[in-house]
Design a protein around this ligand. Sequence first.
Ligand SMILES: [Cu+2]
Length: 351
Amino acid sequence: MTSVIVISSLILTFAVLILLFRIQSLVAVLKGSHETVGTSNKVNAAMMVVIPLLMLVAAAMHYPHAAKEFHLPIASEHGVWTDDLFWITIYVILVMFLITNAALFGCAFYYQYNPNRKASFYHDNPTVEIVWTIIPAVIMAVLVFAGWRVWYNTMEFPNDKNAEVIEIMGKQFAWQVRYPGKDGVLGKYDFRLIDDAKGNEFGIDFEKEGADDDFLARELHIPKGRPVRLKIRARDVLHSVYMPHFRVKMDAVPGMPTEFVFTPTKTTEEMRTETGNGKFNYELACTEVCGKAHFAMKYIIVVEEEEDYKKWYAAQKTFLEDKPEFKGKGMSSLKKKNLASAEKEVKTEKN
Ligand SMILES: [Cu+2]
């Protein structure tokens, strides 16, 4: 209610001011002292310079506060490249912004109304056209090529045998992580084997090689200084693997596995010292609005020194140690089971 009163009184005040101004100019016309251009011309021209300058100063003063909130420290190798590219692009845009706006508002001030000056006819100037086409084209080309290089270096995914392979699966509404175990090979999976009630959420096929020593983890542990190959998939809808400190973002697409390879450069402990926050944790967040509990898709990432990582890795219990009933269960046992239950159905129908 108060806001309605405030807004309507503001509107009324404004209307009264406009009417007063109008009456004043009508009186001036009747008196014969009316000028088309008065001091307001000079005032407006001056404001064309003063207001943009004030806004520039305000933006510059606000920047350090905004920076504190939005500049995330970088914890991966390629993150440095993408951030450099981002800031170079921002600086180029900033310079162009300052030049074009100085020209725009400068002209508005310089060419303010002057009764002694007459407008001249100026149709076109090919030289100027060529200059302002070629300069932006060259700058754009340089930025695009630099961007390609960064993209290529980040996304080429070298077939590095040294890389740590980890599977991450998004589902409504949690992340699940699977490690290949001692053999370094992730076991095969089939969506038909997914069984949440019994606990095979990944649909791991234990008839196939490599699955027996796979283990699941409650946190995503990764080693510092070694490439990590994330094998990404989704079980239901689109999710997105977003790890802002590592500058990693890759969609998890149902039916189409994706990957991302990156090298962490700072352990969680190092980041705690750097940020001065003893409780700091790297986070993985889903950035696809994937349903009503989307907000719950947060996962803690722990970056450790190689030795600590190895120790943690060796201490993990395999999936089969936890749920031995799955041993040897896979696609062919599922088919047998389905066949048996179908036959049973046919028999009961006959009886
Ligand atoms: Cu999600």
